[in-house]
Design a protein around this ligand. Sequence first.
Ligand code: HEM
Length: 343
Amino acid sequence: LFRPALLSSRHKETVDQVIAAMIRPLFDDVDTEVRVDMVELIFKMESLMMAMFVGIELPDDPADAVEDIRERMRHINDMASLVWSKNDPMEDAWRVRHQLVDFAETYLLPAIRRARDRDPSQSATSVIETMVDGFESGTMDGELVAREAWMYMAGGVQTSTYTILDTLPHLLGWLEEHPEDREKALDPTSDFLVRVISESVRLDVPNPAIFRIAIRSGTTPAGREYEEGDQFALYTGVANRDPEFFGDDATEFNPYREMREGVPRWGFAFGHGPHACIGRALALGRVSEGSEPEFEGSTVSIIRALVACGMQYDPTDMPQYREDTFKAAFKSFTVRLTHYGLE
Ligand code: HEM
């Protein structure tokens, strides 16, 4: 599923299609600037992209499905973030459980049936087809395909949405001080936006911590002893600001930061080790230092499209943070788009 050839063709088509389908209509009735809430727009775009990647069949015009998918994604995202919620945990848990079942019945089961009925010589091009092809009834339970589909939706939409939203203030601030970099932001052969997003996600990790529970007692590589059952909270956002690895200006935003060998620009934002993010390439593109990306990630394409449309803050409606979560998450982020710049 993550073969570079498949990602660079199919994923690119998906990303381009969704960007056009969601941004073009904003300008349909107007030829002047529009005010748009990025929290809504980005969330809808990422939800549609991940629905396609997961393999849910959508109407020919994806914009038709977006309102329904968007509403359901809110609950699916909450599934992966219950630990950070400030709401009543029991109410939250059962609301989410109910919504997951409803989503599975409406969207996942039809896609699972279609994947099972398709010509077996067709190779898998979605999460659901991949899971159905690899399904073994002796070792896997019947809910597994749905769980993976929920997990991919939650894993891909929420993180990418937060990453884009968190990047916008850094980027807008940087371009104001360095207007000469605007051209690089518009140039698909420049790695400027990959640097901007990597630096932003290092400073503002979408999840404040990664949790682990020790399945046996042992000692960490740094010498800390732990017992079976101990719970770890890995504060990746704190580690990502460690001056030893990112320099004395580690807390500042600098897309041209000199990196120490072996330290990725995004720090621990995509995790580390065997469970490191499988979707990093989808979000950020396939990047190796000093070379052009083999293909562009969704966060890069979306941000480039917004810059092309002349994105600026709306001084009458500055961004607001949510209060119902311990995460730093935007409630609203209104920008002005001055023109349709994608043709
Ligand atoms: C900028 C966007 C993203 C960020 C910051 C991010 C971050 C992370 C992090 C920190 C982990 C490790 C979690 C842990 O160790 O417990 C992870 C795992 C994962 N991510 Fe992402 N992610 C992003 C985008 C995506 C996308 C687009 C997908 C969809 C393909 C995705 C799917 C997953 C999956 C399935 C895992 C679990 C991997 C495993 O446990 O083996 N992520 N992600």
